[in-house]
Structures are given as C-alpha cells and as structure tokens.
Design a protein around this ligand. Sequence first.
Ligand code: 8X3
Length: 248
Amino acid sequence: MTVQKVAVVTGASSGIGAATARGLAAAGYQVALVARRADRLEALAKEIGEAASVHVLDVTDRAAVAAFAASLDRVDVLVNNAGGAIGAEQVADADPADWRTMYEVNVLGVLQVTQALLPALRASGDGTVLVLSSTAAFAPYEGGAGYVAAKAGAHAIAATLRLEALGEPIRVIEIAPGMVQTDEFALTRFRGDASKAAAVYAGVPDPLSAEDVADTIVWSVTRPSHVNIDLLVVRPRAQAAQHKVHRL
Ligand code: 8X3
C-alpha cells in the first residue's frame, strides 16, 4: 500500500491557500488545512473530502503551532501561505501596530511553522518548504513599506533556509506573485473599504486568480525531488512591473 504524502497549507481558509489545498488534494496529497476560521476550514474540508483534515490555529501562536506539529504523523510538504497586508499609509503616517501585525504573520508565522515542522519534513526523506512571498519583497511602492518589509523578511527566511538545508533532503521554494485578485487581500489592506479594494484591480484585464497561483505552487511542489524551483515570479500579463500596470 502506498502511504499518502501529507501537505500542510497555512492560510487555507480562503484565496490562494484554499485553492492550493484543493490543488494538492487533487494531486494526491493528504492536506492539513491550517487557519484561524473554523467554519471556513470545515466547509473546505467537506468539499475536499477524506483527503483533508482541519487544524484551527493562529500561526503567530507559538504554543498552538507546537501542539499542531506534535499532532501530525508525517509531513512531506509545507506551504507557508498565511500572510497579508494591513494599511496603505505612507511611511510618514504608518501605524507601527499595523507593521507589527504584518511582521508577526508574514515573517514570524513562517518562521514558527517552518521550525516546528522541519524535523518531520527532514524525516520524510524528501521534504519541501514553500514560502509564498510577493513581488513586493523585491520592489518597494508608495504606501507599501510595511508589507514590502514583511515580505522581504519572508524572502530572507526562504533564501537563508535554502543555504542552511544544503545536504539535507529538503527543498526550499519561493513563489512571488504580483497582482492577484482574491476576495480578501485588498479588502483587508483597506480595512474593509470595498471601493478602495476594487480600485486596485479597476480596468486591469485579467489579474491573476487564486487558482493561477495555486497552479504554480502545485507545479513547483510536484517536480521531481532533485528539481528545486528556487524563486518563481508570477504576474498577470497586464502587469509588467510593480508600477507598470495596463488598465483599460
Ligand atoms: C501582493 C502584491 O502588489 O499588492 O503580494 O504588493 S502587491
């Protein structure tokens, strides 16, 4: 009997995380869905079926992350997807509390979950750590400094861990998406202001969808073990660079 491989997906309650969980389940993985919102995880698990398990926790809660790690029998893939932007204020006006929250989830969340699961990933004999960063990690933009700094931190974890894991059976993949239209990313950034959130994508023909990014994640993870998709930047055709967006 073949033992089913286990993939942990954080931030699985919506957007890219939920799409990735669906994609990995379709690719044959047992998926451990991690997020804070139990109702959403339960609904997704019901949809996916037997291949899904629900783990309600906050990746910034170190004790909860440790308990989660202890509850798993095996881990082959970790998709560090939980993250997000809060606020679009310029440096002159930004609230340090927003920056702290962004650092907690985008950087320390990735650190804590990765640390906790590394022994199991190593023990699998063929582990994959994936960090979902952003094109923001590589290109500052006005009003984005807090998120840019946090995603640069996520990039630093991926790039450093890849060096430190050399010689171990662990790949470290970084996926850096550009403009992705999801239900919550821009809405969270603009604190629930739907018109400001919609303006981000106004007139842009086909921004990336959560499924587009999930597709790159599943593709990267399912390459042969010796192939490491080190860093993959994915943007919509309508975005040539962070500031260079085609709008109709
Ligand atoms: C999201 C991309 O352009 O909003 O990670 O920073 S952007």
